[in-house]
Design a protein around this ligand. Structure first.
Ligand SMILES: [Zn+2]
Length: 480
């Protein structure tokens, strides 16, 4: 049996430090007895893009997933009719488990982002991030498994419930630990009761805790305080330790012919600020919004606190139409998001969909506009601090190759040192703000392997995410 465990956002550097200090004994065992290496993520290194590359073994230009959101359009250069969350239909190319199924192997796939809606497999599949609850259609196959999980495992969650509010760290962390415990319980249950040839589980809480709690363990973070560090400085480590303990429990279920793989889709690091890209595009005249929207947003902003604003905005911009998304994810994704209907497309030449620092260019003279924006954004500084925010503005056609490269964002920003993220907010007060998040993604994830198949994998030094699927296939006795 092949057991693959994904720790979303697990950082190579943090693992190294905490293994050396004795906090992660099971990962340390993999390093000692097996293979352990940094794993290079995708560009951009965000979960939907990275996990799509993981499951297909293809680069984004070949699988077609470039971020959390898709601008739906008939041709790459045309204005989109709407923005919608990415789904499994957007990810092209065979998943490694489909190839395994065709060869007669059974697979149990749990928690991989961008698998919703799921396609039936030989074995079972449960969707991950970007899927609604367990009991919605398209989340679990075979569908009868959902009731069985409820009965034997408990209230398993796709993502932790609720959203983080500063000051409510205790509640946030309790929920993360509960959600992770349920993942462990589900994994044990499936290994015992629904054993397949290949099992895959993704734990999402490692990523979630880093985004919010980084400020408490990093003395260089602008919001770091001694008091906060004493209270919550070990929060991220505690989640890693729990994940490590679950890995240990699952590892005990393996026999001498089995292999364990542990990997992450990207790493993590501090976040110094968020660049509000649609604000910049609006101020530079590339993005033109329909009249009245600014006034509406300002009125709402004046009346409500930050969290309420997010919820309200999501309603204002029509985000309630994403009824298939879990409310927490919907709120997270919807914060400050524009709908395509709010944009004056006759005058707009560029728009951003946020997180990934992705900009799409539309209209006539598109090539000129792409070049012009790339030049203006490269080396962009935070007006408040004078710090450089954008290290490079890379053009999509230079980054991606493959049948879907034409649909890629025209510009993908590389934030300086990975210290900045991007948002799609068009009405933020400052160009670069310090939001609730204090942790961001870094390209250096982890790859660990121990067990019977170690010799087959031993030549994999300096692996990248797209090497993993071919490796898993070859370990299962298949070649692509
Ligand atoms: Zn991720």
């Amino acid at each position: 049996m092949l057991l693959v465990i994904g720790l979303d956002g697990a950082s190579y550097d943090l693992c190294e430090r905490w293994m050396a200090e004795g906090y992660l004994p099971n990962l340390a065992h993999i390093k000692r007895a097996g293979l352990w290496a940094p794993l290079r993520s995708t560009i951009p290194s965000t979960s939907p893009v990275a996990w799509s590359t993981f499951m297909t073994g293809k680069n984004p230009g070949e699988h077609g997933v470039f971020g959390f959101f898709v601008p739906e359009r008939r041709e790459p250069h045309l204005p989109p009719t709407r923005f919608r969350p990415v789904s499994s239909h957007d990810c092209h190319g065979k998943r490694f488990w489909e190839q395994m199924n065709e060869a007669g192997l059974s697979t149990g796939i749990v928690g991989v982002p961008v698998t919703y809606p799921v396609s039936p497999v030989r074995g079972h599949i449960i969707a991950g991030l970007l899927a609604p609850g367990l009991h919605s259609s398209g989340v679990v196959s075979p569908s009868g498994l959902a009731a069985e999980i409820k009965e034997h495992v408990g209230a398993y969650r796709m993502v932790p419930r609720g959203i983080y509010t500063p000051g409510a760290e205790g509640r946030f962390l309790r929920e993360l630990h509960t959600a992770l415990e349920l993942r462990g319980r589900l994994a044990s249950y499936l290994l015992d009761q629904h054993r397949c040839d290949v099992h895959m589980f993704v734990f999402y809480e490692t990523d979630a805790v880093q985004h919010k709690m980084w400020q408490f363990m990093d003395p260089e973070h602008p919001r770091y305080t001694e008091q906060g560090a004493q209270r919550w400085g070990c929060a991220i480590r505690a989640v890693y330790m729990q994940a490590d303990a679950i890995i240990g429990e699952l590892y005990e279920r393996l026999g001498p012919d089995d292999t364990l793989v542990v990997l992450s889709d990207h790493g993590a690091g501090p976040l110094r600020g968020t660049l509000h890209l649609n604000k910049w595009l609006r101020e530079q005249g590339y993005l033109v919004l329909k009249p009245g929207l600014g006034q509406r947003v300002k009125r709402v902003a004046a009346e409500h606190k930050a969290v309420q604003l997010c919820t309200r905005l999501s309603r204002l911009i029509g985000a309630t139409r994403w009824i298939k998304l879990a409310p927490a994810v919907r709120r997270m994704l919807a914060s400050g998001f524009l709908s395509a209907a709010d944009i004056d497309w006759s005058a707009t030449r560029a728009y951003s969909l946020g997180f990934e620092g992705a900009i799409y260019v539309t209209g006539r003279r598109r090539e000129e506009t792409i070049g012009e924006i790339a030049v203006r954004l490269a080396g962009l500084r935070d007006p408040a601090t004078g710090e450089i925010v954008v290290e490079a503005a890379q053009q999509g056609r230079e980054l991606y190759e493959g049948p879907f490269a034409a649909w890629a964002p025209d510009i993908v920003l590389r934030p300086r040192g990975g210290l900045y993220s991007a948002s799609q907010k068009a009405f933020a007060t400052e160009l670069v703000g310090l939001g609730i998040d204090s942790g961001a993604h870094q390209p250096k994830g982890i790859f660990g392997l121990v067990g019977a198949q170690l010799p087959a994998a031993a030549r994999t030094d300096r692996p990248a995410l797209e090497d993993v699927a071919p490796l898993l296939l070859s370990m299962a006795g298949l070649t692509q």
